[in-house]
Design a protein around this ligand. Structure first.
Ligand code: 5MM
Length: 339
């Protein structure tokens, strides 16, 4: 493969013990929703200010090895005029980019979703590489209902992820492959496990068909959880269910599994990650994070759009990053939240 050496170097920079990925790639409608919750209007400059705050947090690189940016952010500057990808690199954080164009209904398959963005992807990746991105991310979304996701939906989404990953590797960007089985609904943990297992099987079959090198990609899956409208599960139960599914489906060649938080609260996501690392000491992959909300939520509340609150927000971000770092080492305890 043309870019094998470069892809290996990127994997080595991103996959490190005790370090994870910060997902700051919310699309315009999603970031507007997050800002609405803190009474901030989503203007281009407010989005820039927020992402500048994140990447300029001193010491963040101790816990965070990669940051997923949104296309707009890749071309923006920090408050002190540095290109955002460059500011990330200054903290030894690898900059990457979300390259999918969001989900739409899968035609003639009611309830199934599919993500768009493959047309012209190779050309776009070349441009992102020039702007400093070294990895990419694409998310497929699976809602759970009585009859969905359908086998056809699962196959179609797997095909999209694999085609995206193959294009990324052929253009020298490490692909983060993100199949997210949503936790919305009243389904129990067994149903979530069953769907996640079917999804992961299909994804790895498709990656094989498309000749994707597993050593040169990162998987970003959901944890296995009961639906939001079902009962809560203890971290030990989440860890057992999650590891069972991943051990059945994810080849050992994959270097790292970086979970999304998917609507879990910040403390819940850290506790579950800790339990997964406690039970997964024998797992062949690193078990890390690629959290968006679970890393950003407390910092966003502390910031509330006000310049004078930047230091408090950066402290909040650093705290969540450090606690998740401890969870990656299976050393997190709930009492640490109050210290
Ligand atoms: C599932 O969302 C990803 C991880 O974030 P959470 O830890 O908050 O679940 C996240 O990277 C997501 O893919 C991006 O925020 C983009 O989402 P949208 O909906 O804006 O395309």
């Amino acid at each position: 493969m043309q870019y094998a050496t470069e892809l290996e170097a990127t994997i080595n920079d991103m996959v490190q013990k005790g370090r994870g990925i910060l997902a700051a790639d919310e699309s315009s409608p999603t970031i507007a929703k997050r800002f609405r919750a803190i009474d901030v209007e989503s203007t281009e400059d407010k989005r820039r200010a927020w992402r500048s705050l994140l990447v300029t947090t001193a010491g963040l690189g101790e816990y965070i090895s990669g940051i997923i940016l949104f296309e707009e952010t890749l071309g923006q500057k920090t408050d002190d005029g540095k290109a955002i990808p460059e500011a990330a690199r200054a903290e030894k954080i690898v900059p990457g980019i979300k390259v999918d164009k969001g989900k739409i209904p899968l035609a003639l398959s009611p309830g199934d979703l599919v993500t768009q963005g493959l047309d012209g992807l190779a050309e776009r990746l070349r441009g992102y590489r020039e702007q400093g991105a070294r990895f990419a991310k694409w998310r497929e979304v699976y809602a759970i209902d009585q009859h969905v996701p359908t086998p056809h939906g699962i196959e179609t989404n797997a095909e999209m992820l694999a085609r995206y990953a193959a294009v990324c590797q052929s253009e020298g960007l490490v692909p983060i492959v993100e199949p997210e089985v949503l936790m919305d609904g009243d389904h129990d943990i067994d149903r979530h496990a069953g769907v996640t297992e079917a999804v992961q099987h299909a994804v790895f079959h498709a990656l094989h068909r498309h000749r994707v090198t597993l050593e040169l990609m990162i998987l970003k899956p959901n944890m296995v959880l009961p639906g939001k409208d079902c009962r809560r599960a203890e971290p030990g139960e989440v860890a057992t269910a999650t590891l069972r599914v991943l051990k059945r489906t994810v080849p050992a060649a994959v270097p790292s599994i970086n979970f999304l938080s998917g609507g879990q609260g910040p403390e819940e996501a850290t506790a579950n990650l800790n339990a997964i690392n406690q039970s997964g000491q024998d797992a062949p992959w690193r078990l890390s994070i690629s959290y968006g909300r679970a890393l950003q939520q407390t910092a966003l509340q502390a910031w509330a759009g006000k310049t004078e609150r930047i230091p408090a927000a950066q402290q909040a971000l650093l705290k969540r990053a450090r606690l998740n770092h401890l969870a990656m080492l299976a050393e997190y305890r709930a009492e640490m939240e109050t210290k």
